[in-house]
Design a protein around this ligand. Structure first.
Ligand code: PRP
Length: 200
């Protein structure tokens, strides 16, 4: 590694205290999920739907491990406000390009925390009458779940800590870490230490 590359890497990892899930473990788990999904959805031409932004790392890696034909679409959401989000209200800022009526839909998430966002989105998608609708999330944070949801494919359960990397951000930073890490305590706002709600 050159001096310049080393300096850039140090800048990126400056606020990190500990690697929680190494890159190799993520790669391995994504491969396993890809194999399971390929088997389960063979012959069904599934549509994978991701919710931006954090999911795009997982979506890209997962798709490359899926060995059957699939189609992909994305939605983007914005919560009205912190209070509205707490009540489960979210606003679609980009809807699907593809009709999903009669389609086998696999909804791809980076993280499910309270479950409020996913609950809203599943209701919205279900109202469009897909043939089936299941969920695959690479990370699950069960400690603050407010709604019981069925997650068919789960990569990793995360502890009740604020984590970053592999799509998860802190103030839009750290998404591009190839692993999941804890931030140094002094890096983060105290109220966020057990949450991945990126509200600041
Ligand atoms: C994440 C994730 C879900 C939501 C889950 O998005 O993609 O949309 O949080 O949280 P919940 O279960 O408590 O509702 P985030 O707000 O971090 O946006 P981002 O993907 O753009 O970073």
């Amino acid at each position: 590694m050159t001096t310049d590359e080393n300096k850039m890497l140090q800048e990126l990892t400056h606020g990190i205290s500990e690697v929680l899930i190494p890159e190799e473990s993520i790669n391995q788990r994504v491969s396993e999920l890809g194999a399971a999904i390929s088997q389960d959805y063979e012959g069904r031409n599934p549509l994978f739907i991701g919710v931006l932004k954090g999911v795009f790392f997982f979506m890209a890696d997962l798709l490359r491990k899926v060995t059957i034909p699939v189609e992909v679409d994305f939605i983007a959401i914005s919560s009205y406000s912190l209070e509205a989000r707490d009540k489960g209200f979210v606003r679609l800022v980009k809807d699907l390009d593809t009709p999903i009526t009669g389609r086998h839909v696999l909804f791809i998430e980076d993280v499910v925390d309270t479950g409020l966002t996913l609950n809203y989105l599943l209701q919205n998608l279900n109202s469009r009458s897909p043939a089936s609708l299941e969920v695959c999330t690479i990370f699950n944070k069960p400690h603050h779940r407010l709604i019981d949801l069925s997650l068919k494919y789960v990569g990793f359960d995360l502890p009740d800590r604020f984590v970053v990397g592999y799509g998860l951000d802190y103030r839009e930073r750290y998404r591009n870490l190839p692993y999941v890490a804890l931030l140094k305590a002094q890096t983060i706002t105290p109220a966020l230490r057990g949450s991945n709600l990126n509200i600041i």
